[in-house]
Design a binder for this molecule. Structure first.
Ligand SMILES: Nc1nc2c(c(=O)[nH]1)N[C@H]1C(S)=C(S)[C@@H](COP(=O)(O)O)O[C@H]1N2
Ligand SMILES: [Mo]
Length: 202
């Protein structure tokens, strides 16, 4: 207990000195579970991933198709608006930029509404999705995601607060404007840069 605290404080100081701890965040050595509603059931026979909006052709992928896309490993930090941060998280999955190779996005598209089970949504600018660290993760530290962390698939957008890292993700809608998703309609910031402490709407 005492030693754990010491270790936590030691790592927190290292991350602060490295400029990786955003303001008013604390390092956690655990992995908290945070979401609204219940953990959805996964049925690989009926699961699909749908792309709509400003695309030349709608896309629908089955679980078999999605899980055979090329996989990449990404190591990234994770910052929750409730003030915890985790460091050097190892994800494995499909880079957003690799999924995009299957889609012809119209030039007018600037933002994406990310859609999940139970109607959870979050808005993310296309530019942030295109970053080389944004991926649809199937694995965490080499193991399939657990049900409460988003199994079978979650989005990971490491440069924004983690409410944008949508668990149980099922689709994308490309848009020519920004629009608030679930938490953004409930007072969270439209963008959510942890280093600028963009927690709430202005
Ligand atoms: N579908 C869905 N995804 C979600 C949420 C949610 O309520 N539903 N909560 C978000 C929030 S606020 C956080 S901090 C992270 C937490 O991810 P974790 O539970 O794996 O730590 O998931 C995000 N993704
Ligand atoms: Mo969060």
């Amino acid at each position: 207990m005492f030693e754990d605290l010491t270790e936590r404080k030691r790592q927190e100081r290292l991350m602060r000195e490295a400029g990786r701890l955003p303001p008013n965040q604390a390092l956690t050595l655990k992995w908290p579970v945070l979401h609204v509603g219940s953990v959805p059931r996964f049925d690989p026979q009926t699961w699909d991933f749908k792309v709509s909006g400003l695309v030349d052709q709608r896309l629908r992928l089955t679980w078999d198709e999605f899980s055979h896309l090329p996989m990449t490993q990404v190591t990234a930090d994770m910052h929750c608006v409730t003030r915890w941060s985790r460091f050097d998280v190892r994800w494995e999955g499909v880079l957003f930029s690799d999924l995009l190779k299957l889609i012809r996005v119209r030039p007018a598209a600037t933002h994406v509404m990310v859609e999940a089970e139970h109607g959870y949504t979050s808005n993310v600018p296309l530019a942030d999705l295109l970053r080389p660290t944004t991926l649809f993760a199937l694995k965490h530290h080499g193991e399939p995601l657990s049900a409460d962390h988003g199994y079978p698939l979650r989005l990971v957008v490491p440069n924004l607060y983690a409410w944008k890292s949508v668990k149980w993700v099922r689709g994308l809608e490309f848009m020519d404007h920004d629009e608030p998703g679930f938490w953004e309609q409930n007072g969270y910031n439209l963008y959510g840069d942890p280093f600028k402490e963009e927690r709430f709407s202005g």
